[in-house]
Design a protein around this ligand. Structure first.
Ligand code: GLC
Length: 569
């Protein structure tokens, strides 16, 4: 008899966390301890602001604009000469960051175009030689210092202006490489880095544009040594080392969240910071962009990253006049409001102790307290914390600590009684006080009593490359994967079968206007599907896709979905 296997395509998500994150790793050397202390502020900060700002902002399209639109240096010079951010007020930027609950900032001192927004004695290609004629970076440094805001500098190794930097762009026929000397360019870079550290004392050096050369060619290790000698506490990101695991103080995933956090080659947890744009297409100011992540998504993105042990570095691209556009300001202020109430569940926390939660939610930890961030309020008002063996002392809403919530132990699980409705639709935080350090049995997706396996989307990991668009959303009582527009986004589930068998595969989805194609993969079996029209955009219906055969017993297997959007020509 065929057993039923229901795969919910457009529903819910998971909480993927590496358990190695929580294993302590024997005795620490003095060096490891010193490194830990140096990094502690960064590890606790959780939320930073990235600022991409330079001459490219004037074109209002993309920070790569000179390359994307093949603008010759001679023409780009117009923008260099006329950069004049008359409305730039560094205090306003720092105050906005503070209001947003941001704990550090990182700004582009020099992007790929080579233009420096600081006063450099090693080049005239800097802000002192533009119309503005003032050291904008220095002004921001002073303001950040006065307001106690750690400030880091982004610095691009790749340089499309310096005559000694090679290679040229492939379209740049007017610039020969004759006489160019990369070694001399590296010297220029070392001089500028020294200048930046000695004149402004940044908290972080955030390298980028490293991909065209080897570590040897860019003197990466010598530069690290030089920087640490000048400023022993300064943090350096992994891109100086071409993102080699284990090098640099932190990893830098860009516009995606690593499914299970980040570890060093030896398995120990690695500090990481995911940088994100608030729009979809650019880091620099983009005057034609109309699509932005909502405040709700951004709050949940921060929770997601922090629950995996990382930091969020959220980008703004100020206008050429020096203002931060209203769409960004509104979202940042909204995040700040949420953090004012729930900041305790973010700052200074560590990654989740659960590998999965059986609802749309995430967990962060501080000492013996767990914070459960609930985005999908359970319909039966029962919140199940699976495999939590440690004794629970007290449970309460972080926004209302005076009222305890009742809870019961059911074997290894804890079941919390929730109020009828979610008090905070962005994310409601529930604090769970334990008698000791959390001890948790990993969660496994297994067949129900009748042999069927349900795979709600909150139990999936959402895999993506740069530019993830799909995200989870709670539609009344259902969690669904929504805004699924990118073919590189797909949910992956892991589940265990007890016996071999033939399963009927069902998909549950809503909002199909019909016609698009997709595929579900179960191990090596691929089942194609065509989306049927669904009456309600928010109320999912079940459709049978065919059957799959799972051969061996008690084995781990994965399901993924890929799909294609039919583009009308
Ligand atoms: C990339 C891009 C760059 C952007 C950076 C942010 O490497 O080249 O434009 O500044 O990522 O992480």
């Amino acid at each position: 008899m065929a057993r039923k296997f229901s795969s919910f395509i457009i529903v819910s998500l998971a909480l993927p966390v590496l358990f190695s994150v929580f294993l302590s790793c024997g005795t620490k050397t003095a060096q490891q301890q010193a490194q830990k202390d140096r990094l502690q502020w960064f590890q606790d900060a959780k939320f930073g602001m990235f600022i991409h700002w330079g001459v490219y902002s004037m074109l209002g399209y993309h920070e790569w604009v000179r390359n994307l639109c093949e603008i010759p240096l001679s023409e780009y010079q117009y923008y260099v000469d006329n950069f004049n951010p008359v409305k730039f007020n560094p205090d306003e930027w720092v105050d906005l960051a503070k209001e947003a609950g941001i704990k550090y900032m990182v700004i582009t001192s020099k992007h790929h175009d080579g233009f420096c927004i600081f006063d450099s004695k090693y080049t005239d290609y800097d802000i002192m030689h533009s119309k503005y004629g003032k050291d904008a970076l220095g002004m921001l440094v002073n303001s950040a210092k006065a307001k106690n805001m750690p400030l880091g500098f982004y610095y691009s190794i790749m340089d499309w202006h310096h005559p000694d930097y090679i290679p040229r762009r492939s379209w740049e026929k007017d610039r020969t490489t004759e006489g160019a000397d990369l070694e001399r360019y590296i010297k220029y870079m070392e001089n500028q880095l020294t200048e930046l550290v000695q004149n402004y004392n940044p908290a972080i050096l955030w390298f980028d544009g490293e991909w065209e050369h080897t570590l040897k060619e860019t003197h990466s290790f010598e530069i690290e040594k030089m920087l640490h000698k000048m400023s022993p506490d300064m943090l350096i990101n992994d891109r100086l080392f071409k993102r080699t695991p284990g090098h640099g103080d932190f990893g830098t995933p860009e516009n995606y969240v690593p499914a299970t956090g980040v570890t060093n080659p030896d398995g120990t947890p690695r500090l990481w910071e995911a940088c994100y744009t608030m729009n979809y297409n650019s880091w620099g100011y983009n005057r034609i962009e109309t699509e932005f992540h909502s405040k709700t998504q951004l709050i949940r993105q921060l929770i997601e990253i922090v629950s995996k042990g990382g930091n969020l570095l959220l980008n703004v691209g100020p206008t050429p006049e020096g203002e931060i556009q209203p769409e960004f300001v509104a979202r940042l202020k909204g995040m700040g409001k949420w953090l004012q109430v729930n900041g305790e569940a973010i700052y200074g926390t560590t990654a989740s102790v659960f590998n999965k939660l059986p609802f749309f939610g995430r967990c962060t930890v501080k000492g013996n307290r767990l914070y459960i961030h609930v985005m999908g309020w359970p319909v039966d008002q029962k919140l199940l914390l699976p495999g939590l063996k440690t004794e629970v002392k007290k449970v309460f809403l972080l926004a209302a600590p005076q009222d305890s919530l009742s809870f019961q132990r059911q074997g290894n699980d804890i079941v919390i009684d929730l109020p009828e409705r979610a008090p905070d639709l962005d994310a409601t935080v529930i604090a769970v006080d334990l008698a000791g350090k959390a001890e948790v049995e990993p969660y496994k997706t297994v067949p129900a009593g009748n042999g069927s396996i349900e795979l709600p989307v909150y139990l999936a990991e959402i895999k993506s490359r740069m530019g993830q668009r799909a995200f989870l959303e709670q539609y009344y009582k259902k969690t669904m994967l929504t805004n699924w527009q990118n073919v590189h986004d797909f949910p992956v589930w892991e589940f265990y079968t007890e016996k071999p068998g033939t399963f009927e595969l069902q998909a549950s989805y809503a909002r199909g206007s019909g016609g698009s194609t997709f595929a579900v993969k179960v191990d090596d079996q691929e089942i194609p599907g065509v989306v049927h029209g669904v009456r309600s955009p928010f109320y999912p219906q079940n459709f049978s896709l065919g059957t799959v055969h799972l051969k061996s017993q008690q084995r781990q297997t994965r399901a993924g979905i890929s799909h294609q959007i039919r583009h009308e020509q």
